[in-house]
Design a protein around this ligand. Sequence first.
Ligand code: AKG
Length: 248
Amino acid sequence: MHELVEQRLDDLATHGFVVIEGALGPDECAALSGRLRALHAEGHPRGSNDVGTVWFDDVLDVDPGLFGGLIAHPSVREELRGLCGRQLQLRSLRGHVYPGAYKQHWHMDFYGYWDQAAEGRLASRGTAVNTTFYFQDGGPATSHLEFVTGGHLRPPEGVKRGEVVATEDNAFTRWCEEQPRTVVYPKAGDCVLFFSHIPHRGVKTDDTTERSNVVCHYQVNPFYPGVWFLSETLGDDGVYPLAGGSTA
Ligand SMILES: O=C(O)CCC(=O)C(=O)O
């Protein structure tokens, strides 16, 4: 494996995230952010919450050529291969826009990660990673992404199914507030590769700044259908980007 890829995977293991700078070029950023801007402007069906996130779960159906290009994107493909090999499965692909004020609640994408310990002698622990591609420059005066420092290595408090719902104040988010945090400022074109179970949140410090991104969630099988994850799975068809047609 290439030394840089090894280094990134070591950083991911240590910190729970790694920033891959310049993963996308300016043209790719413009095309992706422009398409998300247009979907938002034309009232395309979306999800939204009370902390300022708007999301589109169907962008892969809307424009498979454009958004599908982010699946195992060449900028992060070797890292994904080094983590998961051919078992890499795209779980979901979601476009986000943050049109106004935005202070995301602390959350995990894979809440169920720590529940798996007692699943059985032969049950392998499901693990998931996000690759989130950013299209505008973050910075202290615009926006950032923050992680609970080392939050991928220890179970957080208060994560009980049914007790962490939506964006309300709860024991888990209060626990996150008390932990040390690490702030990163992804720039346009950067990809942040991180464990889906690390507590994190995005924040805009300038409500007027444009901000959007696309997240690809990948899981390493097996994940049972009812697993506690932020998004629904796309299913089993054609979502193993590193498997090719090989049966070997
Ligand atoms: O940068 C952000 O706003 C947070 C993105 C996020 O929560 C994610 O990619 O899972």
